[in-house]
Structure formats: C-alpha cells, structure tokens
Design a protein around this ligand. Structure first.
Ligand code: G3P
Ligand code: MG
Length: 367
C-alpha cells in the first residue's frame, strides 16, 4: 500500500519558504567574515530551510566562490549549486551558440576566461591578450611582464569579436575602457577598425553587443566607505560612447544589464533555488543542475515566500520588491540608517543589525 501518511509527513517537512542571501555586506566584507553569518546559515541547515547565495560579484567559478564564503565564514560547506554570481546566467548564452568569440572583461588575472570556458564559450579573448599583441593599443596599461607571461594568450587581431561580456569590475581600467570603446565603434568587431557612424541606421546600437553582468554603482568591502563597482564602469562606457558618437541627450548606448535588481537575475535565481530544493529534498546534491534559458520565468514554485537578505537597497531590495519576493535589509554593508528617507525601495520585512537577527525573525514569523 502506498505510504500516504509518510508522503504527507514529508510534504509537511518541506519548507514553503526559502532564503536568498547576498554575499558582500551580508555574509562577508572583503576577505573578512561578518561575525553572525555562520550561526545564521547553520540555523537554516539545522532546520532544513533551503537557501542559496545571490551576489553581484563574480570573476571566479561558482565553486571557488562557494569555497571562499565557506572558508571566510567558517560555516558548513556551501555547495557551488547554491551560488548565483552576476555572470552565472550567461551560461545560458552558450546554448544557442550565437556568440562564438567573446571579449571577456574584468576579474583577477585570467580567471574570467576560465569561467567563460567552463560556461561553454569556445573562443575567449581578454583585453590583456590584445595589449600583448599590440602594446600601442593601450599605451598606459598597467600590466607587468609577469602578467603577460601568466595570463595573456596569443590572439589574431583580425578575427572579429562577436560580443563583449563584462564579467566583473575592470582591474586595468584604462586598457578596458580603451578596448571596449574600440570594439563598440569598430567595423563588425574587428580590433583596430572604425565604422562610420553616418552609415549606421541607429547610432545607439554598437557594432557588437555589450552585456554588463551587474550594475552596482558601489558595493561594500572592508573600507569604511562604499567602493565603486561595475555600474560605475557602465556609466563611463556609456558616457564615452555617447560622446564619441555625438548622441542626443535623450539617446544612450544600447546594452544588456544583468545582475540584481533585474528580473532576469531573480528568475534565474528562483530556478536555481527550486533545483537546489529538489536536490536537498531527495538527498542527491550531486546530480546535474537543471538550468533555464535566459529570461525563462519559473512556471511553478514550491515556495510561498522567498526572503532576499541584502545590504544594498538599489540591488537586493529593489529587485525583491519589483519581483514579488520578501526583503530584509541589513546594517552590515552599504546601507546606513541615515539613508532611510532616500532609499529606492523599502524592505518588506524590515531593517536588522545583522544576518542572524534577520534569520531569527523570519524563522519566528514562519512558526
Ligand atoms: O563586486 C561585488 C559587488 O558588486 C556586490 O556584491 O554580494 O553585495 O551582491 P554583493
Ligand atoms: Mg551586498
């Protein structure tokens, strides 16, 4: 006889709410832990409440980010399948093989190249390759001989690049600015060429598409004041492109911006959360992750509530607010109480001193 009572009991054991944690300013700050992170995550592990981490950071593989957060917070091992970085949804771009050859920008060394290869991109060029091939591309570059030896790969500059993918904050900003602008204004993505803007039907459309993996103007590290992030680079990129092409004040460079607070990222994270929930419910956390297409909205969800716990009102809280999640704002990162009157979106649950207080509150509220 089918064990209906066990099935009912198992269903009762499954949580109908889940957490999504931001990383920088919630679990860690720079390379330092936020003291309460460990106990917050352990209480969820103990209570079998599903959670994933969604960060606008990146530039490393998901398993490295999972290991980094585990090591810094000293919590039980976080699975790479629980990690959504800003560029993680770009995995979906390799499905239709539209972009064969991409310029990947940002991150330490050539880590982002390794990430892009692991995602399935076949030919990945980085700015350092271009500068090594022709140093006059970026006369004031900060790369050392050691960097060139370690990270640059030979590149054929005459071969067109199909798209620019900004994976993480630029390290050698002047080289990245120059090379990105060159390609946006090139003839079909060929380095060292320039299209005539007069022959272009829509001047806001660059020669090749550019995708920014996040739009964080600032983020929190261990410095007392917030630091500029990829969003600042996006503004620089747009400003230079608009200026070069003499666009009207009402016009702007076309681009795709991913990461929090955008719907694409929240839908993607929702899929990851559902997949992770299935895995922990079945006890099989080794099976392959089932990923959506870019922009696919989950059709069904086991969760009545998803709690986004973040420190940045503009990304974490705005995204949760716009896409139907609950939200909790913390005082351990970007947000300061004096910002309250001006914040872009208010957290549905409230403001807390740290992640542990927030988790305790939500657990109590859900009985
Ligand atoms: O570069 C990291 C930063 O943009 C934000 O990270 O974890 O606060 O979304 P996070
Ligand atoms: Mg943050």
């Amino acid at each position: 006889r089918f064990p209906y009572s066990q099935l009912r009991a198992a269903r009762r054991l499954k949580s109908d709410f889940a957490f999504v944690f931001d990383i920088d300013g919630v679990l860690i700050r720079g390379k330092k832990p936020i003291a309460e992170a460990r106990s917050a995550l352990e209480s969820l592990n103990k209570n079998k409440i599903p959670y994933i981490l969604m960060t606008n950071g990146g530039g490393v593989l998901e398993r490295e980010k999972a290991n980094e957060v585990t090591r810094i917070t000293n919590c039980s091992k976080i699975n790479p399948l629980q990690v959504v970085q800003s560029h993680t949804p770009m995995k979906a771009l390799t499905r239709d093989k539209k972009f064969q050859r991409v310029l990947v920008v940002g991150g330490d060394g050539d880590n982002s190249r390794q990430v892009a290869y692991e995602y399935g991109f076949k030919d990945v060029v980085m700015p350092i390759d271009i500068v090594k091939a022709n140093k006059s591309v970026s006369p004031h570059c900060m790369y050392t001989t050691h960097d060139f030896e370690l990270y640059a790969k030979p590149v054929d500059l005459d071969k067109p690049i199909d798209a620019i993918l900004v994976f993480n904050d630029p390290r050698d900003m002047s080289s990245d600015i120059q090379i990105v602008q060159d390609l946006l204004n090139s003839q079909n993505g060929v380095c060292g060429t320039k299209r005539s803007i007069k022959s272009v039907a829509d001047p806001t459309e660059p020669s090749i598409p550019i995708l920014f993996s996040n739009n964080d103007y600032v983020y929190a590290n261990d410095f007392p004041l917030p630091r500029f992030g990829q969003g600042a680079f996006r503004i620089i990129t747009e400003t230079l492109y608009n200026h070069t092409n003499k666009l009207e004040p009402s016009q702007n460079l076309q681009s795709l911006i991913m990461g929090k607070p955008f719907k694409l990222q929240y839908d993607f994270a929702h899929h990851v959360l559902i997949d992770w929930n299935e895995k922990i419910s079945s006890g099989d956390t080794e099976s392959q992750q089932i990923l959506p297409y870019l922009g696919e909205v989950p059709e069904q969800t086991p969760f009545k509530k998803i709690y986004m716990v973040g420190d940045n009102p503009e990304s974490d809280i705005k995204g949760a607010h716009d896409h139907g999640w609950e939200s909790v704002l913390l005082r351990t990162g970007v947000y300061k109480d004096e910002d309250w009157d001006d914040i872009i979106a208010r957290p549905s649950v409230g403001v807390f001193d740290n992640v542990e207080d927030a988790v305790k509150h939500v657990l109590r509220a859900n009985g």
